[in-house]
Design a protein around this ligand. Structure first.
Ligand SMILES: Nc1ncnc2c1ncn2[C@@H]1O[C@H](COP(=O)(O)OP(=O)(O)OP(=O)(O)O)[C@@H](O)[C@H]1O
Ligand SMILES: [Mg+2]
Length: 229
């Protein structure tokens, strides 16, 4: 289970002395297997919040507790291990490696602690995930040869390769047309059910949000139950 207790985040202002408070007092519990969507306008702190949940950034105050562990008490190696083994990340920009094939991109997270070539079972899982996202005919393509939606789907498969318990998706359909974005949304919902992955999706698309799960709203640094449901 994931728990945030009075989490705050401030950044140094680049234009004047002092800091800007982006997250004010976020307290949240997300049970395992749940599907949560955080909506909010551009600049409201959604990516900042997701990065803190995913241990990519540290809060200025408060605590993030994942499966009973307070992330603030872990060192960088322990955090890297948690990020690699427990958390899958679909970034706002998908960050695929252009020189690698689709299949190789999905296998990249499995290389972190093994100096060897991925095992046969791992390769098989990568192929199954790519089939699952409708890309079985594209295994040997490179990202530059795919459409935006196809790249986004590779990023989802990559995020799932290490069987994370928690999948964090930041604007996973940001650059897609309506049909492709509803497709990716339905796929996330299906994965949440079939793999029992806890899902936290951040988006400013209310249409996407409604399809995916319980909606919460981030506004002015405060998280509230979605009024727009
Ligand atoms: N490293 C940083 N230094 C200073 N300010 C930052 C930094 N990162 C984010 N911010 C500020 O925090 C605020 C929230 O940014 P964030 O990226 O979390 O918004 P968002 O809700 O994800 O927006 P979008 O929907 O456009 O992706 C912005 O005003 C931004 O300027
Ligand atoms: Mg963002």
């Amino acid at each position: 289970m994931l728990e945030l207790v009075h989490v705050t985040k401030s950044f140094e202002s680049p234009v004047e002395t002092g800091s800007v408070c982006v997250l004010k007092d976020i307290t949240l519990k997300v049970e395992n297997g749940k599907s949560l969507v955080i909506v909010g306008p551009s600049g409201s702190g959604k990516s900042t919040l997701l990065n803190i949940i995913g241990a990519l950034d540290k809060p200025s105050g408060g605590q993030v507790i994942l499966d009973g562990k307070n992330l603030a008490e872990l060192n960088e190696d322990e955090l890297a291990k948690i990020r690699n083994e427990k958390i899958g990340f679909v970034f706002q920009l998908h960050h695929l490696l252009p020189q690698c094939t689709v299949l190789e991109n999905v296998l990249i997270p499995t290389l972190a602690d093994k100096k060897m070539f991925p095992k046969k079972e791992t390769q098989q899982r990568a192929i199954e995930l790519l089939e699952h996202v409708g890309l079985k005919d594209f295994l040997q393509y490179r990202p530059g040869e795919l459409s935006g939606g196809q790249r986004q789907r590779v990023a989802v498969a990559r995020a799932l390769i290490n069987k994370p318990r928690l999948l964090l998706a930041d604007e996973p359909t940001g650059s897609l047309d309506k049909d492709s974005s509803l497709n990716v949304a339905d796929m996330l919902v299906e994965l949440n059910r079939s793999e029992q992955v806890t899902l936290i999706v951040v988006t400013h698309s209310l249409e996407l949000a409604k399809r995916v799960g319980e909606i919460m709203e981030l506004n002015g640094g405060v998280l509230t139950n979605g009024k727009m449901q």
